[in-house]
Ligand binder design. Structure first.
Ligand code: G4P
Length: 192
């Protein structure tokens, strides 16, 4: 997605060979116009899949997921990473290990919002090692619902997540695919 790649080139800060900071439009401050375009792009790519729900994870997955949900006309569920005062019973939960942060968290949703016949689109801001997406897919599986695809805003293609998800049979659509962050420079995977 051209506008996203240009934004990454203009505003992304390469912190190391494996971490890109995009606080100015995705992870802290949010660019609503770009986010709307991102929602449109996800909606376009998944428009024929009969999606009934979108699931994401707090915090940075929420903005792109809501924009996609608005355009597809479906509700958006965000999994919580911390315990909530109001989310106590009848839960689906999965453990997610972050290799980047070296911490394990438990993600939670209420079983009220996912049903057996739901066709679910998983959306997240970054794909690194794929553990968050797998955790979300696990929650969908607990509801006996179907994951119809995984939509990612920025994929770090030099890490293992994409292949892991493809190996498990998931369709993965990433709007920007980073080939490398080596030497302080962003390069993208060439479009197919
Ligand atoms: P994985 O789910 O693909 O295995 O990713 P991983 O555990 O490695 O990533 C953990 C967190 O770090 C996630 O955010 C993810 O979005 C973020 N992350 C991973 N690589 C990068 C990167 O290169 N740049 C940025 N900006 N973020 C990265 P999180 O902790 O859930 O944060 P948030 O959603 O609350 O913002």
């Amino acid at each position: 997605m051209q506008a996203l790649e240009q934004k990454i080139l203009n505003e992304g800060i390469v912190l190391s060979d494996h971490v890109l900071k995009v606080d100015s439009f995705l992870n802290h401050q949010i660019d609503p116009v770009l986010m709307q375009q991102i929602g449109q792009e996800f909606a376009q790519r998944f428009k024929d899949c009969g999606i009934t729900k979108i699931i994401t994870i707090e915090a940075s997955g929420i903005a792109p997921a809501v924009m996609a949900g608005l355009i597809l006309g479906v509700p958006v569920i965000f999994a919580r990473k911390n315990t909530s005062l109001t989310l106590k019973n009848d839960l689906y939960q999965a453990k997610v290990y972050s290799f980047t942060k070296q911490i394990e968290s438990t993600i939670t949703i209420s079983n009220k919002y996912l049903k057996e016949n739901d066709k679910v689109l998983v959306i997240d801001d970054f794909l690194a090692n794929g553990q968050a997406a797998l955790g979300l897919a696990n929650l969908v599986g607990q509801a006996n619902a179907e994951v119809v695809g995984i939509g990612i805003v920025i994929e770090k293609s030099f890490q293992t997540g994409r292949q892991l998800l493809l190996d498990q049979g998931y369709r993965v659509e990433s709007l920007a695919r980073l080939e490398s962050l080596n030497d302080g420079k962003v390069t993208f995977v060439a479009a197919e």
